[in-house]
Design a protein around this ligand. Structure first.
Ligand SMILES: [Zn+2]
Ligand SMILES: [Zn+2]
Length: 301
């Protein structure tokens, strides 16, 4: 019999990990641009343009990882119906001796990636939407060109790849919890083994604000589940030196006494009192203004 048969959750986990790897690859490139403060001194944009030309190779790797992620996630959907649908070829081409001894699933040739959509839409209850089929086909063609031809004419744009990743996640994982899964990924991946996870909230705040800057408000709500048209505040629980504004009044009312943080996910009680240094009126329990970051003295008796 066939042994070591993969479960749908195995494919789903691998797919989500590959989406995260792809996302991290693009974000790392954007991070270098911010760290070098190139936007301050590159007045004509020539260095930034040169940077993105030189960064096409790592961007191509991000596309390959995204394609691989989609493959895993679609295989997970098929696997929910039956893992045997993933085995290709007729029985006379299965591994020799498969009818007389146990052979691992990995020894069998599996179906071609280009047939995955057809199989899914034939055997699964929910068909993949046209929007995804177009996306998957475009990524496949780009990946093939980038893999097989040095000068293929494909110019990769980082924002587009990030949007494709978020789109693929929202369709294939059918969930709006990108924020939470990404936090889990960053808090538990290989880097936290050698570094602590203390810096995660600061880095993650930068990441979400960076990606949000490429998205429309409706896309931010769709992918990240919050409304970035609302006034944002510094999160005292995240405690970032950079004072990123990633928390919102919850409920969003003028007298609301708590903030909900997009990054750490906490609901934080606040004091509604005017700041002495700005027009803000949302202070932390330790009297730090969550609009300008200035410490205020206690004025209430
Ligand atoms: Zn927070
Ligand atoms: Zn203030």
């Amino acid at each position: 019999m066939i042994v070591d048969i993969p479960k749908p959750s195995d494919f789903k986990l691998s797919g989500i990990n590959y989406l995260n790897l792809s996302f991290s690859r693009v974000l790392r490139l954007l991070w270098h641009l911010d760290e070098s403060e190139v936007c301050v001194w590159d007045s004509d944009g020539s260095v930034t343009s040169e940077y993105w030309v030189a960064a096409q190779e790592p961007l191509a790797t991000a596309v390959t990882l995204l394609y691989q992620a989609c493959e895993f996630l679609i295989k997970g959907l098929i696997c929910e119906v039956s893992p045997y649908l993933l085995i290709s070829l007729s029985p006379n081409k299965w591994p020799s001796g498969c009818s007389t001894k146990d052979i691992s699933f990995s020894e069998y040739r599996t179906v071609d990636a280009q047939d995955l959509v057809k199989i899914t839409n034939t055997v699964c209850e929910n068909r993949l939407p046209d929007q995804f089929i177009t996306l998957f086909d475009r990524i496949r063609r780009d990946r093939n060109k980038l893999t097989h031809t040095a000068k293929c004419g494909v110019v990769l744009i980082p924002d587009d790849i990030l949007k494709d990743i978020l789109n693929a996640y929202s369709i294939l994982v059918q969930s709006t919890d990108w924020i939470e899964q990404r936090r889990n990924y960053l808090s538990n991946n290989y880097e936290t083994i050698v570094y602590s996870s203390d810096h995660i909230n600061c880095y993650y705040s930068w990441e979400i604000l960076k990606v949000s800057s490429f998205l429309t408000p409706s896309e931010v709500t769709k992918y990240f589940g919050y409304n970035n048209k609302q006034r944002a505040y510094i999160c005292p629980a995240c405690d970032c030196i950079e004072k990123f504004k990633v928390a919102y009044l919850d409920p969003n009312k003028p007298n609301s006494e708590s903030l909900s943080c997009v990054i750490c996910g906490k609901l934080i009680p606040v004091i509604r009192e005017s700041c002495k240094y700005c027009r803000g009126n949302v202070l932390s329990k330790s009297n730090i203004c969550l609009s300008c970051g200035s410490p205020n003295e206690i004025t209430k008796l």
